[in-house]
Design a protein around this ligand. Structure first.
Ligand SMILES: Cc1ncc(COP(=O)(O)O)c(C=O)c1O
Length: 507
């Protein structure tokens, strides 16, 4: 029996709130607490150095300059920083992050932004163009995701939605809507949501923000949601079940058909998180790839999040949250009638919003058309197929589950985080994941450029060789990930993450 693993398993069973309470007690002990805080300072010095590379290169503005600076100087300073940051994503070294990035497309987005830099959808009377854009973005996205299979005459069925600022906001909005509906219509005052452990952190955020108990259910050996275990977790307080299409960590699609059917039969909401896949899977299906049903064609699916700022190829700052029935959507809205500032209402969390984001989103959808999305999806999936086939020839690594284009991989013989560190040395920016330890490459249009996929494979092979030849080398992210994976120090890692956020705002 592995004592360390057993101890970790035992600690996993304890409510995280108890673990964090114990840790807070330890930190308040005089000597031990001081040692922990001093260690934090040491770690933070290195982190701050890494997050502020411009500190010694440019003047720091902690207060508004007395006189305005020359505009050309400002522009050239910003262009210099941009030039430093650009090549890494532009040349296809980055997982996810920039999903299109072709020069011509960027120029087009800039032109649209310039037309709409002053608009604000909050003032629908001043900018009815924004209202038109948003209604049509929702309708186009809804039809792409199965709205046509639903009766448009029935207000309980008709697909509707809103434009939000990103995937996280879409998810938060849907979870809030489910919570408020359950409170009003079913008198559920201690709501619960059931998600596979691989569901995005945004669901945990929703649970914390809206006081919904999060029931996390372990996934099966293929990293897909475990249907029977999720069904067993349902109680009288369950307001929604969640499945990803695909999941962020391993890029696999949960069994949405079975899960949503269970939810439908039990009168519970079902959310498909298609933030990552919403603008790939419909086209992948048309191209003949094996795409299991995940959208409104399934009668149990009641909400879908799909990100226009990922594979919708618009600028960062938009996503779509779709609802089956306008009744559910109303629980998302905010209205007030007794504020001295006048009658106030807004569909999402923000008040004022950048109309330019909706304008670029609408314009992108129009400019690409179905043909553009199909072609983009084809080249992304073909590139991913090449990478997966080449990776399967490398004995030291294996691919987790059966992903289409978000390729998560690990190693049985080597420390995968050390391989990631070696890739970082070669300019790659991959996503480190844990539980289990692995790394992923989220393939975008940047990787479809000639030679990029082959370079990834060559660099991966060279990194494996390097780690094999240097088994004892220290440093990099490997120890950090190793530490984060062990429960007893998770409180420390959480504290460091908070300090990291603090450091981002230090001048
Ligand atoms: C499956 C999934 N859901 C939700 C999100 C959150 O999206 P955002 O970062 O736009 O808030 C992501 C982001 O990668 C994702 O992959």
């Amino acid at each position: 029996m592995d004592i360390k693993k057993t101890a970790e398993w035992a600690l996993e069973q304890i409510d995280p709130r108890i673990v964090s309470w114990c840790f807070e007690q330890i930190k308040s002990l005089p000597i031990i607490g001081d040692i922990i805080l001093r260690e934090y300072d040491t770690v933070m010095k290195d982190i701050e150095f890494a997050v502020k590379p411009y500190k010694d290169l440019y003047e720091t503005f902690a207060t508004i300059p007395e006189r305005g600076r020359d505009k050309n100087d400002i522009i050239s300073m910003m262009e210099e920083m941009n030039a430093r940051e650009r090549s890494r994503w532009k040349d296809g070294f980055v997982s996810g992050a920039v999903y299109h990035g072709d020069e011509e497309h960027i120029d087009f987005l800039h032109k649209i932004y310039a037309i709409h830099s002053q608009s604000n959808p909050l003032h629908s009377d001043l900018w009815p163009s924004c209202t038109k854009f948003e209604a049509e973005i929702v309708s186009m996205t809804g039809h792409m995701l199965g709205a046509g299979s639903v009766s448009a005459e029935d207000p309980e069925q008709r697909i509707c939605g809103v434009v939000s600022s990103g995937g996280t906001e879409s998810i938060l909005l849907a979870m809030k809507a489910y919570r408020d509906r359950a409170r009003k219509e079913k008198n559920i005052t201690a709501p619960e949501m059931i998600v596979p452990t691989t569901a995005h952190a945004a669901f945990d955020k929703a649970s914390q923000y809206f006081n919904i108990k999060l029931i996390r259910v372990p996934v099966d050996h293929n990293y897909r949601a475990d249907v029977r275990a999720m069904e067993r977790a349902i109680t009288r307080r369950t307001i929604v079940l969640v499945g990803s299409s695909p999941s962020f960590p391993h890029g696999v699609i949960d069994p949405i058909e079975e899960l949503s059917e269970i939810a439908r039969k039990r009168g519970i909401g079902f959310h498909t998180d298609a933030c990552l896949g919403g603008f790939i899977l419909p086209w992948a299906e048309k191209l003949g790839y094996p795409v299991p049903p995940f959208n409104f064609r399934l009668p149990g699916v009641t909400t879908i999040s799909a990100d226009t700022h990922k594979y919708g190829y618009s600028t960062k700052g938009t996503s779509v949250i779709l609802y089956r029935g306008s009744n559910l959507r109303r629980y998302q809205y905010y209205t007030t009638t007794d504020w001295p500032g006048g009658l106030y209402f807004s569909p999402t969390f923000a008040g004022s919003r950048p109309g330019a984001m909706s304008a670029t989103c609408w314009a992108t959808m129009l400019a690409l058309g179905e043909k553009g999305y199909l072609e983009a999806t084809k080249s992304i999936l073909e590139t991913a197929d090449f990478i997966k086939a080449e990776m399967r020839k490398i004995p030291e690594v294996y691919i987790l589950g059966d992903p289409l284009w978000v390729i998560s991989f690990s190693s049985k013989s080597l420390d995968i985080y050390r391989i990631m560190d070696a890739m970082t040395q070669k300019n790659w920016n991959l996503n480190g994941l844990h539980k289990p330890p692995c790394v992923h490459l989220c393939v975008t249009l940047r990787h479809t450029q000639p030679g990029v996929a082959q370079r990834f494979i060559n660099d991966l092979r060279a990194s494996i060789e390097f780690v094999t030849a240097n088994p004892d080398q220290k440093g990099g992210m490997a120890p950090v990930y190793g530490m984060a994976a062990t429960i007893p120090v998770r409180g420390i890692v959480g504290d460091i993450l908070e300090r990291y956020l603090d450091s981002l705002y230090k001048v």
